[in-house]
Design a protein around this ligand. Sequence first.
Ligand SMILES: Nc1ncnc2c1ncn2[C@@H]1O[C@H](COP(=O)(O)OP(=O)(O)OP(=O)(O)O)[C@@H](O)[C@H]1O
Ligand SMILES: [Mg+2]
Length: 322
Amino acid sequence: MSVTAAPLLEIVDLVRHFPVRNAFGRRTGWIRAVDGVSLAVWPGETLGLVGESGCGKSTLGKTVMGIYTPTAGDIRFAGREIGHLPARERRAVAADLQYVYQDPGASLDPRWKVVHSLHEPLKIHARLSRAEREREVGAILSAVGLPDAHLDLYPHELSGGQQRRVALARILTLRPRMVILDEPTSGLDVSVQASVLKLFRNLQEAFALTYVFFSHDLAVVRAMCARIAVMYLGTIVELGETAAIFEQPRHPYTRSLLAAVPRIGGRRVTLDFALEGEPPNPRDVPSGCRFRTRCPLAQDVCAVEEPRLREVDGRRVACHFA
Ligand SMILES: Nc1ncnc2c1ncn2[C@@H]1O[C@H](COP(=O)(O)OP(=O)(O)OP(=O)(O)O)[C@@H](O)[C@H]1O
Ligand SMILES: [Mg+2]
């Protein structure tokens, strides 16, 4: 990564709220799924985004992708604001920025054989002859480690690991610059997980990809990402180099997440940072610091003043007491 390079993706104060309606269709509140996230992703890196179920990872990814429109904030991709583009102009950047769904089944049409799934994006986005298309699909199929014979199968005839490879191949046919991988190893057993992670690394190199990697599996994120962002209830609470954060987490939420991983890197479970209970409902975000209701360090100020991300010990942390 060159220090002079500009970020490929830059998100500034991004907000995505969903309305809550009663039985009469009247809005009674908002789900604050993404509530003011700022991030930069640099060309060629893999940025990890970790956090418990429901903290807003998928919503963030889908908002960046244009699947949801932002409630507020900016999304810049390759130097261009894309968060508020009209649909037609947004399509011009669509191929460059791709999203691998959390559920690989969701991105593959069950009625289509693999061959159809892989040719279709090329038919839409690229002007290639049939022979050129076949060459391209063959090359990408072998890059993701699937034999040609799989072209003739339907998604339900594939294993979970193979479905993920096909979903990835489909995206790669578009030659994207950035791929958002949403929980790309969930539901895979450990040995398949390892081979899929290795594949991501090889493809990153072969296709010059930049990744954003969403996961609640800290071990996976640690293996894949040089930098991580820790997300809690729609906001980023800690952001920095993975090695430094695993060595010495500063935000109490990060500390409790790491305490819950048994003996990672020889670390013992620190019971005073054991995370208890469920995160609050994003419909009803606590005042001040949103982690305070589960935080062992919380003081009066935490109920009143929302901590901003600030530089602490070479990373950014949103806590009054970090
Ligand atoms: N389309 C939607 N309409 C209303 N609420 C939604 C919608 N999508 C997500 N939410 C809510 O937003 C919050 C964040 O959900 P999201 O799926 O982004 O979390 P996540 O971090 O991806 O969780 P997981 O790890 O389980 O995939 C949740 O409370 C969820 O119920
Ligand atoms: Mg999700």
